[in-house]
Design a protein around this ligand. Structure first.
Ligand SMILES: C[S@@+](CC[C@H](N)C(=O)[O-])C[C@H]1O[C@@H](n2cnc3c(N)ncnc32)[C@H](O)[C@@H]1O
Ligand SMILES: [Mg+2]
Length: 413
């Protein structure tokens, strides 16, 4: 019989199964048991709906070799995620409890259980379903019925395997765990044989997806391990937090970067006065006096009418309603760009800050931004511009530029 080959590899297919599950169910807290060299974690970290991503393994060497690849990339600083992300790696055995891993939304155990002796599988089952009590769990293991399709293989698929189960054996273990701990399970797999063989041999890798039944619901007994206090049996090997917009300092950095970028852009644009006069000194388009505060800071009604959040008024409305009110103006050798104008031009600034008042609060004390005395305009020194190089160094780039940097990074990986 010709040896079966998978493309993509069955390992990749297992990881893709988990990733698809994450995309669909959007768990916030995920732990990968038996994470080995963190290869699944390195893929999962890009799914920013996850806020806490953990890995556990008995062998620390493989984790240590690759754990630094879990660190944030430069792009994570340029475009911080909207929600936080922490990654933690633990050295320990899945047969032991650790309070830090309780109550997760998703636990994955990919090709782990067959590396445990059967008495350790019992302990693991208790720890996983009775103590960790995740909302969902994905457990995969080889399906021994598929092995005849590997004619050159003798014994188990790996010398460290303590057993390999048939579909019936795997399902029996899973259903017992469900009955004891209040879960339900569905069975599937990855790595499919030719259609005429599939029914007979099943998937190469068998997968059980467990879902915890609601507490107090039928078949949901109390956790069998009981609440045995705070147990910390794992050693924390690695921990990293990603920059996120939930951190006020990161949010301020992003707002400052956007405000400066837009203020420079707007300061370069020619403006005309209300009557179309472009000034008497040859410097076309500049107002030379600070407008009344009322001019740069239209009324609340104005703000409500233009920024009612319903998307009924576009930028065209702003130009019409505020003609003559949102112009940049000169003060001495400086150019002042009304903060409201910056706000009007950049949806990202509006999204990030929520309101003009909040924007002002956020950036007012930042040393990179100079606001006018009344706090209503960004003050730029004449001729001050952000060079391409400077923009890259400070991250003061427009979104298109972020994407270019990101693409470049991906190409180099
Ligand atoms: C085949 S590898 C798992 C591969 C990995 N899950 C993946 O998807 O790429 C099995 C892993 O389980 C780990 N392991 C074995 N016994 C363990 C235990 N009692 N507790 C935690 N990890 C264990 C091994 O060190 C090894 O890294
Ligand atoms: Mg294995």
């Amino acid at each position: 019989m010709e040896e079966v080959r998978f493309n993509p590899s069955v390992n990749t297919q297992r990881h893709e199964y988990v990733i698809d599950f994450v995309k669909t169910h959007k768990p916030k807290k995920v732990v990968d048991l038996g994470c080995n060299d963190c290869s699944l974690l390195r893929k999962l970290k890009f799914h920013r709906e996850i806020e806490l991503l953990c890995g556990v393994d008995l062998q620390s060497d493989s984790m240590k070799k690759k754990m630094h690849e879990l660190a944030p990339l430069p792009t994570d600083y340029l475009q911080p995620g909207a929600s936080p992300l922490s990654i933690e790696l633990y050295h320990g055995s899945v047969t032991q409890k650790d309070a830090r891993l309780r109550g997760f939304d998703l636990v994955t155990s990919i090709e782990l259980i067959e590396h445990l002796h059967l008495d350790a599988v019992e302990l693991f089952t208790e720890v996983l379903f009775g103590y960790m009590t995740p909302g969902t769990a994905i457990v995969s293991t080889p399906n021994v019925e598929f092995n005849p399709l590997f004619p050159r293989m003798h014994g188990f698929r790996n010398s460290d395997h303590k057993f390999e189960w048939t579909r019936a054996e795997f399902q029996s273990w899973a259903l017992k765990a469900c009955a004891r701990h209040g879960y339900e399970a569905e069975f599937t797999g990855v790595g499919q044989a030719a259609p005429h063989l599939h029914l007979r041999v099943g998937f190469c890798t068998q997968i059980a997806v467990f879902r915890r039944l609601s507490r107090g619901g039928a078949g949901a007994p109390a956790a069998s391990c009981g609440d045995s206090g705070e147990i910390f049996s794992y050693k924390l090997l690695y921990s990293v937090s990603y920059p996120s917009l939930c951190d006020n300092n990161v949010l301020r950095g992003c707002l400052v970067s956007e405000v400066l970028h837009w203020a420079y852009q707007l300061s370069r644009r020619r403006t005309t006065t209300e009557d179309g006069d472009d000034g008497d000194d040859g410097e076309e388009g500049w107002s030379h006096t600070a407008p009344d505060r009322a001019e740069t800071e239209p009324t609340d009604e104005f703000e409500e009418s233009v920024f009612d959040g319903e998307g009924t008024h576009g930028w065209e409305d702003v130009k019409m309603t505020s003609r003559g009110q949102l112009e940049s103006y000169r003060q001495g050798r400086c150019v002042c760009v009304p903060l409201r104008r910056v706000w009007s031009c950049c949806p990202r600034i509006r999204d990030l800050s929520g309101s003009l008042a909040r924007l002002r609060l956020f950036i007012a004390d930042d040393p990179l931004v100079r606001l006018s005395q009344d706090g209503f305009a960004v003050v730029l020194d004449e001729g001050e511009e952000v060079s391409e190089e400077e923009a890259e160094n400070t991250g003061r780039t427009d979104p298109a530029c972020h994407h270019a940097v990101e693409e470049e990074m991906w190409d180099s990986l």
